[in-house]
Design a protein around this ligand. Structure first.
Ligand code: ADP
Length: 169
């Protein structure tokens, strides 16, 4: 899996074609990595999100993904995906796999050669890290995504260790 890298750091600094945001369904910003991405991208990103069609306020259901421009970020695109809230959105494993898969498919269909993922659902959405890492690595390792340079941006030493273990096993 030479196309998958693990980096410890802030995803907003990633020099890639697309940065994946662990968004919420409303796509109007929030805490965690979502807040960091919106702060770094500036108001253009929120304006682009607001333009996405909404149904009862939902712009992106759990497991799906949407693509917008990236405002002031170095990336060309932000791909907004919504992971499952652990213990709430079921089946969680399938929804998490779909969030990764739909993000990767949008990157490919928009001609991206590189993208950066955060640890989707591993913050306030409460997904157990080891299981989440296994799902993330298994979807990203599919042969159809081999042409993409995929980076995981992780914040803590612990998360880096968990992801490295998933990648090596
Ligand atoms: P979710 O709601 O999907 O759980 P969170 O944003 O709460 O998303 O957390 C997802 C992960 O992103 C967590 O592991 C959190 O520590 C991490 N994170 C937060 N800010 C950043 C950032 N700027 N770059 C990379 N990872 C981040």
């Amino acid at each position: 899996m030479g196309n998958i890298k693990i980096i410890q750091g802030d995803i907003t600094t990633a020099e890639v074609d697309a940065i994946v945001n662990a968004a919420n369904s409303q796509m109007l910003g929030g805490g965690g990595v979502d807040g960091a991405i919106h702060r770094a991208a500036g108001p253009e990103l929120l304006a682009a999100c607001k333009k996405m069609p909404a149904q009862n306020g939902i712009r992106c259901p759990a497991g799906e993904a949407r693509i917008t421009g990236a405002g002031n970020l170095k990336a060309k695109y932000v791909i907004h995906t919504v992971g499952p809230r652990y213990g709430v959105n079921e089946p969680a494993a399938q929804l998490l796999a779909s969030a990764y898969q739909n993000s990767l498919n949008l990157a490919v269909s928009h001609g991206c050669r590189s993208l950066a993922f955060p640890a989707i659902s591993c913050g306030v959405y409460g997904y157990p890290h080891r299981e989440a890492a296994g799902i993330a690595v298994s979807v990203c390792s599919r042969p159809e995504y081999e042409p993409l340079a995929i980076c995981f941006y992780l914040f803590s030493d612990d998360m880096v260790a968990v992801w490295k273990q998933a990648l090596e096993s």
